[in-house]
Design a protein around this ligand. Structure first.
Ligand code: J2J
Length: 545
């Protein structure tokens, strides 16, 4: 069923034909631009990592071919799903491009994900292989992968960047690359086919898999590069994890490759690492979530490093406060761009030509002339102009279905193919959108999203918990923090106990509650669901002493 879901037509034929005719979809494989610049600008630097390893376009192109060949020698076939859980290393990019080229479908998993998320994404995608680093920031990914493989025995192969260890089916990246044979004639990749799988932030439970095709993702990256003014002089710094849609293709790595620019990879986004890379490689553009921007603005390095090459700072993933936008604009020579995007597709950008107050107070306007936007009320009827409602969208790079069962898809998409984003927005006469919040249970903690329901489903199993609700509440540093309301059985649990309980279950750290409120009742709606509106009012009340 997974394979047929992956090859199912994604857009209706007439719509797909139109996107082809309009030139949005080029019928090309996603890594074609790397091949193109390898021929025209072979010696141009394509990729530099944080320890200074550099690949030119010719080298990156050749390495991608070698990876494609090596993966096939190793036993992977076109259509196989291959989990990539790697920090921002050269090897991540090479494995990504190589697998896409071979028609092997990478499943992009974040280094912050733990067994709960990885097992879920591995099962959902039917993954047969994965790539990890041995360790990152002292965390042992081989141990994590051992636990994942116990739960998902279908993962027969693991490639490790670093020390592989002794487990069955595990090899090092170097051993994998040694398997590469001479270039073989591969059947051309079908550009309508799924090129890679991203994951959603999650509502109503665990993250969902997002199938992106060569055609639509290529357009996503290329049109973004154009809208953001990227060209061959662009030096893009990937500070966020490159497994995320924003740094990967908005315009990110793929958008930079689409214009023959240079990508620099930061292994981690600390001010120390980021500012020295900007100075060293004369970075012109980078992307961050608002909490990271605030951290950068506070940093000592900010005053001590020459970052005058930086011209554009893209900020998205969570709402940027106007005050922070203004502070960035005090930074000489730097322009802010707000990005309101989603791995499901739709991207909104403020543009270079937009007036400054639009840039500082809106989350941008849609990328494509063919992005269709409707803003609806609770009955699904369009709201009055300028009123707040839920954003629904469809277009040339927005998915029509998740890789998920029919119930989830029926909930997430309208019968005529609009994706129900769950984002509450209003639209200005200029077409710019202002994000007003979210419907549903998603928490956006400093740009990292997760479903409150997912955490509630764990915590209800804690022996001291009788009833539980988790809510996103305003927080000065994070934008939103998570607050757990616990109605205890008897002796209330401590916050520490709840966090340890979740950690033991292998839940990603960013999903652990920040705060705890003990209550003697959790408000429910008349349908018996948690009443999140009333909870939000409770959260505002001072804690009784
Ligand atoms: C408020 N909420 C925002 C913003 C995303 C570029 C940038 C971000 C993402 C991303 C992305 C927001 N203000 N500026 O994929 O390419 C919230 C919305 C949205 C959800 C999507 C990209 N920018 N959001 O964050 O798939 O709630 O993508 O629906 O992780 O983040 O999350 P995600």
């Amino acid at each position: 069923p997974i394979v047929s879901a992956l090859s199912a037509p994604r857009w209706p034929d007439d719509v797909a034909r139109r996107y082809r005719e309009l030139g949005y979809w080029r019928g090309e494989e996603l890594t074609a631009p790397v091949r193109h610049y390898a021929a025209s600008h072979p010696d141009k630097p394509a990729l530099i990592d944080s320890v200074g390893r550099l690949l030119t376009y010719a080298e990156l192109d050749r390495t991608a071919d070698q990876v494609a060949s090596a993966l096939q020698q190793w036993g992977l076939a076109p259509g196989d799903r291959f989990i990539l859980q790697l920090p921002n290393l050269l090897e991540l990019v090479c494995l990504l491009l190589g697998s896409v080229r071979a028609g092997i479908i990478p499943v992009m998993v974040l280094p912050t994900h733990r067994e709960q998320e990885v097992i879920h994404l591995a099962k959902g995608s039917g993954a047969v292989a994965c790539a990890i680093a041995d360790r990152q920031a002292s965390y042992d990914f081989r141990g994590l992968m051992r636990r994942v493989r116990d739960a998902v025995p279908g993962i027969g192969k693991v490639v490790v960047v670093g020390e592989p260890g002794e487990d069955d089916g595990v090899i090092s990246y170097d051993r994998l690359m040694a398997m590469a044979g001479p270039p073989v004639d591969r059947p051309p990749v079908d550009a309508h086919a799924v090129a890679l799988l991203l994951h959603s932030g999650g509502t109503g439970g665990l993250p969902k898999l997002i199938p992106r095709t060569h055609n639509d993702y290529d357009y996503n990256a290329r049109a973004s590069a154009e809208a953001c003014g990227f060209d061959e002089n662009t030096v893009y710094l990937a500070a966020l994890s490159a497994a995320h849609n924003f740094p990967l293709a908005c315009p990110g790595l793929l958008g930079t490759f689409s214009v023959g620019g240079t990508v620099v990879l930061a292994r981690e986004p600390s001010p120390d690492s980021v500012f020295s890379l900007i100075e060293k490689h004369k970075v012109t553009v980078t992307a961050a979530v608002p909490t990271l921007v605030s951290l950068w603005l506070e940093a000592r390095e900010f005053d001590e490093t020459d970052i005058s090459s930086l011209k554009l700072l893209q900020v998205g993933g969570a709402k940027l406060a106007e005050s922070v936008a203004r502070r960035i604009h005090e930074w000489p020579g730097v322009r802010v761009q707000q990005v309101f995007g989603m791995a499901e597709g739709l991207l909104n950008y403020t543009r270079a030509e937009d007036p400054i107050d639009i840039v500082e107070t809106t989350q941008g306007r849609p990328l494509s002339p063919d992005d269709e936007i409707v803003i609806v009320d609770e009955e699904g009827q369009p709201v009055a102009d300028g009123a707040v409602g839920e954003l629904w969208t469809r277009g040339p790079y927005t998915i029509r279905s998740y890789l998920a069962g029919p119930e989830i898809n029926a909930r997430s998409f309208t019968p005529d193919g609009f994706y129900r984003t769950g984002d509450m927005v209003r639209r200005l006469p200029s077409g710019h959108l202002v994000v007003a919040g979210r419907s549903g249970d998603q928490i956006n903690r400093g740009g990292e999203k997760f479903s409150a329901v997912e955490i509630e489903n764990h915590l209800i199993d804690h022996p001291a918990v009788k009833e539980i609700a988790v809510l996103g509440v305003p927080d000065a540093d994070l934008g939103q923090a998570s607050l757990a309301f616990v109605h205890p059985v008897e002796t209330p649990p401590s916050l520490r106990e709840l966090k340890d309980f979740l950690r033991q279950r292998g839940v990603a750290t960013y999903k652990l509650p920040d705060r705890l409120r003990i209550v003697d009742d959790i408000p429910l709606t008349r349908f018996g669901k948690i009443d999140r509106k009333r909870l939000a009012l409770l959260a505002d009340e001072p804690v009784p002493s």
